[in-house]
Design a protein around this ligand. Structure first.
Ligand SMILES: [Fe+2]
Length: 195
């Protein structure tokens, strides 16, 4: 299926990112190969500079928000502008697909956990990182996709997140890390803010 670029993805670097990811997911099946290739493309796009309008970088008042930059018509991938205001973060959550995150502005604090193989047991933390503007990380493959992220520092954090599905409609897990109790949720897209 041909690539459809809608809304804010009219930025040249973002347009080329969409086109490049479309080619990658058409050619590759293995999630580790896909995320490595997408990370390279996202790093190139960030290095080149992506101009995001205020409509997709404005923080939400009481929680983080995910604005759609591009949703593949066949649902093979989506690109979000994920915005955390100062003091905002997420619960411990999974993605049930692959994901690559690049920091557009601000900084993110990420705590990662081993994906539980047994229901109802406490989660084990297996990493902690600070990600600054311009950095790119593979946040997830389906078998290793559990983390918690917060805005770090004194300005909002804007991340460009690429996922291997339409993340605004995908059912995924959040976890109570002390008990391993699972709740299923859909993050849902936030409509771009009109000026
Ligand atoms: Fe996440």
């Amino acid at each position: 299926m041909s690539t459809t670029v809608t809304g804010p993805a009219t930025d040249p670097a973002l347009f080329d990112l969409v086109t490049g990811i479309d080619e990658v997911v058409s050619r590759l099946d293995d999630e580790r190969a896909i995320t490595a290739a997408v990370a390279d493309l996202l790093q190139s796009a960030l290095d080149r500079g992506i101009d995001l309008p205020a409509s997709v970088t404005t923080p939400g008042e009481d929680r983080y928000v995910m604005y759609p930059l591009h949703v593949d018509p066949a649902g093979r991938f989506s690109i979000a502008s994920a915005v955390w205001d100062v003091g905002q973060g997420t619960p411990v959550h999974g993605h049930e697909t692959w994901g690559v995150v690049g920091i557009h502005s601000g900084a993110e604090h990420e705590v990662s956990f081993a994906k539980p193989r047994t229901p109802g047991v406490p989660l084990e933390q297996d990493g902690e990182e600070q990600w600054g503007a311009g950095s790119v990380t593979v946040c997830c493959t389906t078998d290793d996709d559990v983390h918690q992220v917060f805005c770090d520092g004194d300005e909002p954090c804007v991340g460009i997140h690429v996922y291997g599905a339409d993340i605004g409609t995908l059912e995924r897990r959040s976890y109570a890390p002390e008990t391993g109790e699972v709740s299923w949720f859909v993050s849902r897209w936030t409509p771009p803010v009109s000026s």
